[in-house]
Design a binder for this molecule. Sequence first.
Ligand code: MN
Length: 286
Amino acid sequence: MSDADLNVEAPSRNPRFGTKPAQFIVDDLIIAHIEKHLGQIRRNLKQYQEKGATAAEFVFPPPRPPAAPIRSRAERFPIRRIFCVGRNYEAHAKEMGVAVDREAPFYFTKASDHYVASGATVPYPAGTTNYHYEMELVVAIGAAGFRIPEAQALDHVFGYACGLDMTRRDLQSAAKEKQRPWDIGKDVEQSAVLGEIAPAAESGHPARGRIELRVNGQTKQSGDVSQLIHSVPAVIAHLSQYYHLQPGDLIYTGTPEGVGPVKPGDRLEGSIDGVGTIALQIGGPA
Ligand code: MN
């Protein structure tokens, strides 16, 4: 069809367009069609753009960040890094056969991927015959900071939770003996167990409170968070000398005495007064 063919007066089948040159009727039809389908066209376009962006940016879809539940909030706490303080209770240092370092705390880390929510069943991990529990107070950082003064440290805390720093003790001990890093003993899959986070805005900052762990109903660990050698503000002040702390960072503050092994089928239940509770079930071999 040429332009000349369209340049004739013709009635449209759509009464809305009346009688006018055919080319205008065609234009009106196109506009009406687009108007009718504009919503769907926009939705399709958005979908194509999103798919296109993902395909261009990543070779496979990235995993969602691990995130912990927060008491009485619908939103979750996205976990960024997991720092752990070693030997921060005197009686635990003693049972590990080492002297306490009062000068400064020391740290190891776990990948945030190893986060496990309280209430889960985890497999008994590979490579160990001495998998241990360590019940701990966990600090959830809510505001960024570097070289934070101890007096302002608590301003950077979002809240607190119960944590279990699960440990392949045999591999940790072997690494220590060989003066190697502890990673294989501590950076264990599904070993960073965390309970619901209690926001400090509601529950405050626990300077004291009973910390307990029971295995199959029997009390194995019992201490008080006031026995921490390096307090929460001291740890934040010290750690932030070396790291730019970020919202989402977690700090496992160390365990009281009474650590010990678990076996498949064991049921762990912990609590810290004023903070909350935690539970873990040990499943069969991984
Ligand atoms: Mn620990």
